[in-house]
Design a binder for this molecule. Structure first.
Ligand code: HAM
Length: 427
């Protein structure tokens, strides 16, 4: 292609297109992450790509980077003051949708939902960090039960394993609840106020001191030795809850690492929080994360509904597969490629193509009236195992040639047995 024929438009900064054949890997990853959820009673939910800004500022938190720096807000023509934002995450939306549909009133708690979609954050783009990215997530709404936290974590581990990933770790923490966190927060603030910190970080100390523990900068980290840790301030109920989650994970053979500094970037978390990190991804190592959010429903105007969930990043999971050199076994995009020689053969083969497709065989056709040589090139490029070739002489005999593109072997097959011949040739 010459330069002049390339479109002047490009995918916006921090975004990229999913294009065949790689796009098939993304579909397979979404399928692999959602399969364990579907087997565990999670129903599919889909919410709009945008919501009221306040849903996120109240839900995700006024002090988070996501809300203060990363939200794409939209202007609307003529609908008064309603401010909208592209969704930066899924939890607040899914809970909003469940409340709006009164799912929590159907008398069957927890409400278990899974979702898959695009999310938007105005971040500094780099490998593994995009402004448009894709997550598959799950939320279990309306039950406080350590087994539910364990269930979700196990389902995520099973999803990664089913993809063949090995080099990932599970980090686990408890962030306490409304009983024990306030006292800890005050103790931590007392400690942090004495440190040598820049103005932004000082502000953070006042709004969300726990997040300071998560500051990656060396100058901050080295001052944090001796900081009070939440682990030592958890109330009995939180300790007991966390211990049960740990025991259930251990019983299920799921390895985890206690990470008392794991805070996560969203404010709604209580008690169980976790993150999956992958060793092959450099600085953007979190392939997924989640936790319990017992207060979120009330924060967005609903009743008390203790809940837990996670979201796994599809883009980073694909990068993790690449880093580990895992090649997924994908179904062939095209199994049979039909190559007609002449008009009558086009008509007959086109009919057979439809028949094969209806019988479940992935079949494609040499469109555009190509000559034999080019059509066979297309057949080879399609990755098909078989070509179905027919010319006038074949038609006169009521057959088409079924050619194995791997071995080169060719066999004349009567029209009405093409489907069964292809099936038996596929083995
Ligand atoms: P999160 O940790 O913000 O959690 O995002 C989950 C995953 O999405 C991350 O671990 C990462 O793999 C992926 N991700 C996030 N931002 C980007 C980005 N800019 N580019 C590429 N991938 C990204 C949540 O979103 C919570 N809603 C999870 C949750 C569900 N908690 C409870 N329920």
């Amino acid at each position: 292609m010459t330069k002049a024929s390339v479109s002047t438009f490009k995918a916006p900064r921090g975004t990229y297109d999913l294009i065949p054949p790689v796009s098939a890997v993304y579909l397979a990853v979404r399928e692999a992450i959602s399969a364990p959820l579907r087997r565990a009673g999670y129903g599919y939910v889909e919410t709009p790509g945008f919501e009221q800004v306040d849903l996120f500022s109240r839900g995700v938190g006024e002090s988070t980077d996501i809300v203060t720096k990363e939200m794409y807000t939209l202007t609307q023509r003529s609908e008064g003051s309603e401010r909208l934002a592209l969704r930066p995450e899924g939890t607040a939306s899914v809970l909003r949708a469940a409340l709006e549909a009164n799912l929590h009133k159907a008398g069957n708690l927890p409400v278990k939902l899974w979702y898959s979609g695009s999310y938007y954050r105005y971040e500094r783009p780099q490998k593994g960090r995009y402004r448009h990215f894709s997550q598959v997530g799950a939320e279990a709404i309306g039950a406080e039960d350590p087994a539910l936290d364990a269930e979700l974590i196990i389902l995520a581990v099973d999803a990664y394993k089913s993809l063949g990933l090995k080099n990932f770790r599970l980090l686990l923490n408890s962030l306490g609840d409304k009983e024990c966190r306030p006292a800890y927060r005050a103790a931590l603030q007392d400690f942090l106020r004495d440190l040598d910190l820049d103005d932004d970080t000082r502000r953070r100390v006042e709004i969300n001191p726990l997040r300071v523990l998560d500051d990656k900068r060396e100058a901050v980290q080295k001052q944090l030795t001796g900081a009070p840790m939440l682990r030592d301030h958890l109330c009995e109920a939180c300790k007991e809850y966390h211990e049960q989650v740990r025991e259930l994970l251990t019983a299920a053979g799921v390895a985890f690492e206690d990470d008392e500094k794991l805070v996560r970037g969203l404010d709604y978390y209580t008690r169980t929080t976790f993150e999956f990190v992958h060793g092959g991804l450099g600085s953007q190592s979190a392939v997924g994360g989640g936790g319990r959010y017992d207060g979120l429903s009330e924060m967005i105007g609903g009743p008390a509904l203790p809940s837990v969930g996670w979201a796994l990043g599809v883009d980073r999971t694909v990068l993790a597969l690449e880093a580990e050199g895992v090649e997924l076994e994908l179904p062939a995009a095209t199994e049979v490629f039909a190559v007609p020689l002449g008009d009558e053969a086009r008509r007959v083969l086109f009919g057979l193509v439809t028949e094969l497709r209806r019988a479940g065989v992935a079949t494609d056709f040499a469109f555009g009236g190509k000559g034999l040589k080019n059509a066979m090139k297309s057949a080879n490029r399609s990755g098909a195992r078989f070509a179905l070739v027919a010319g006038e002489r074949d038609l006169a005999e009521g057959v088409v040639q079924l050619k194995d593109l791997e071995s080169g072997e060719q066999k004349a097959v009567p029209f009405d047995t093409v489907v069964s011949e292809v099936r038996s040739a596929q083995g």
